[in-house]
Design a protein around this ligand. Structure first.
Ligand code: ZN
Length: 238
């Protein structure tokens, strides 16, 4: 092999490795670094999940919309948000919604590369949840959905199951327009876990207002398609 060929081969190998690692880190269905749950059994039901709350402006609106459709959902809560809005969290729990762990600080820097550091962060969220609703969480959705060996090691140490999603609204980045809302409802299939947001970390409340505005469309279309709305625990029941 010439020097040039060797360089090309190395570049291709490196590219393949990077692609594989990126898929494992970000793709919601690739269990490269450890087990993940990304869908439930194929029954005519879906689990709606909401990340980054509770949020004083939007979580209550979302809960009201869910009530109208008699839907129960799962909220992946941030521990520091739980501390700030404890009564909102208790009210969600009392209404039959499920509250789960989305880390205490939602750190996306060094926290993600140290199982010890991340474990402390997850444990802090567990303690806050337990103090509010009497039980800690079973499921953990990593911040920004990033998974790596440290994320899985921290989850294992605390007995948490890592949950991603089947389909995401991507409403953490893009406004949930009516077109996107309907597309999400059309993509869903039996046993899907759908990811949306009730909180807004970047202070862009316009994004969350769009989620609140078009969530009813998602629910209406899913209901027309014959799906029930279940919490994660109910959806994953064998
Ligand atoms: Zn998040």
């Amino acid at each position: 092999m010439s020097g040039l060929d060797a360089a090309v081969a190395t570049a291709v190998a490196t590219g393949t490795l990077l692609t594989t690692a990126t898929l494992g880190v970000l793709h919601p269905r690739v269990p490269l670094f450890g087990p993940i749950v990304w869908r439930g059994p194929p029954r005519p039901a879906v689990a709606l999940t909401f990340d980054d709350g509770p949020d004083p402006r939007h979580t209550a609106c979302i809960a009201e919309i869910l009530d109208v459709h008699r839907a129960r959902a799962t909220f992946f809560c941030i521990g520091r948000q739980l501390e700030l809005h404890g009564s909102l969290a208790r009210s969600l729990h009392a209404s039959g919604h499920q509250l789960e762990n989305h880390t205490y600080s939602h750190g996306t820097g060094l926290d993600l590369f140290s199982a010890v550091r991340l474990g402390q962060d997850l444990r802090r969220c567990q303690e806050v949840l337990a103090g509010l609703i009497g039980s800690a969480s079973t499921y953990y959705r990593p911040a920004v959905g990033i998974r790596n060996p440290a994320v899985h090691a921290a989850a294992r140490a605390l007995g948490l199951t890592v949950v991603t999603w089947t389909h995401t609204a991507r409403d953490g980045v893009f406004p949930l327009t009516s077109r996107r809302a309907l597309a999400l409802a059309e993509r869903a299939s039996a046993g899907s876990i759908l990811a949306l947001h009730d909180g807004q970390l970047r202070g862009n409340t316009k994004l969350r207002e769009q989620t609140v505005r078009h969530l009813p469309l998602v629910l209406k279309r899913l209901k027309e398609r014959g799906f029930a709305f279940e919490t994660l625990t109910a959806l994953l029941r064998p």
